[in-house]
Design a protein around this ligand. Structure first.
Ligand code: RIB
Ligand code: CA
Length: 313
């Protein structure tokens, strides 16, 4: 498709993943070549099913959904039902999906697509633990120079951790995979908690989704009504951070975000700081700058984009 940016979304839905996927499927600038599910917020049996449910909610049943890693590379799976509910998509009552998963394993789909397509034409958009991405890079290192960019949600620095005092959930669940990705040499745009904690829902913003009146808007309002209850109590605010849609919004309107090129390294040795994303924000080392780390977002414009796009579904 001429002019469209071709992306693969790797995801562990998760209500915020769902909003990101809906935004992508509602945006004509993007072509979703595939959605790959990974274990994270909830086990793989739920994340793969949730990805199908979200495609049906968007009315995009032609979307190809692949199932991927059932656990991290080295560590046992840590999930977040306390935030996302048992199914990972608590809130709306979405029907069991009629769509079926693709037969191909997600990692093989990622490798095959990158080896078959013109170099520099596929952008990877990880929204969960980086297990599938790391497995693809290990299985076929030749894909690294063929990836246009990796735009991911993960990590934290000034905002510190949300699953441990020092680590953000996606990186913490599979720190070894994150280490593989950040050492890959692939251009990375990183959306850490430092920026996603500035994209906060509110009663008015949830009401704006509900006021769309379409299935997607109402379902998103119900999803956020569920997932933000945890964040409101934890951060004592009026709403919760909308992490994953920052990745897709960046592809649509990069000017909404600002940050800087930094060196980012991942802690994989110390249990105390396991999964910490050590970001050299002030450039106090001569380590290679391997990621553009975002720290600011125009949150009014971000939510306006979300509402306008979800209204198209
Ligand atoms: O820490 C926030 C991240 O962890 C988001 O991607 C959320 O969906 C969970 O996966
Ligand atoms: Ca996620």
């Amino acid at each position: 498709m001429a002019g469209k940016r071709r992306i693969i979304i790797d995801t562990d839905p998760g209500q915020d993943d769902a909003v990101a996927i809906l935004l992508a499927l509602a945006s004509p600038e993007l072509e979703v070549a595939g959605i790959t599910a990974v274990a994270g917020n909830v086990p793989l049996e739920f994340t793969e099913k949730n990805a199908l449910k979200i495609c049906e909610l968007a009315g995009r049943t032609e979307t190809k959904v692949y199932s991927g890693a059932v656990r991290p590379l080295m560590r046992p799976l840590v999930t977040a039902e306390h935030v996302h509910g048992k199914t990972g998509l608590d809130g709306p009552d979405l029907p069991e999906p009629k769509m079926e998963l693709q037969q191909q394993y997600a990692v093989d789909f990622i490798v095959e697509t990158l080896m078959a397509e013109e170099p520099g034409t596929i952008t990877l958009c990880p929204l969960g633990p980086l297990t599938n991405i790391a497995l693809a890079l290990i299985r076929e290192p030749r894909i690294a120079p063929r990836i246009r960019e990796i735009v991911l949600m993960g990590g934290a620095y000034f905002e510190v951790g949300n699953i441990t005092p020092t680590a953000e959930f996606n990186i913490y669940v599979d720190p070894h995979a994150a280490d593989v990705v950040f050492r890959s040499g692939v251009p990375i745009v990183m959306m850490p908690l430092d920026v996603t904690h500035k994209a906060l829902t509110s009663k008015a913003r949830v009401a704006a989704f509900r006021a769309l009146g379409n299935r997607a808007g109402i379902a998103v309002a119900e999803m956020l009504g569920f997932s933000e209850r945890f964040d409101k109590e934890k951060y004592s605010g009026d709403g919760g951070p909308l992490h994953d849609p920052c990745v897709i919004a960046y592809l649509l309107q990069p000017g909404l975000f600002s940050g800087r090129e930094c060196n980012v390294e991942i802690e994989t040795g110390s249990e105390l700081t396991m999964g910490m994303s050590v970001i050299d924000w002030w450039g106090v080392t001569d380590r290679k700058k391997n990621a553009k780390v975002m720290r600011e977002v125009d949150h009014e414009a971000f939510f306006a984009l979300l509402v306008s796009r979800l209204g198209r579904l």
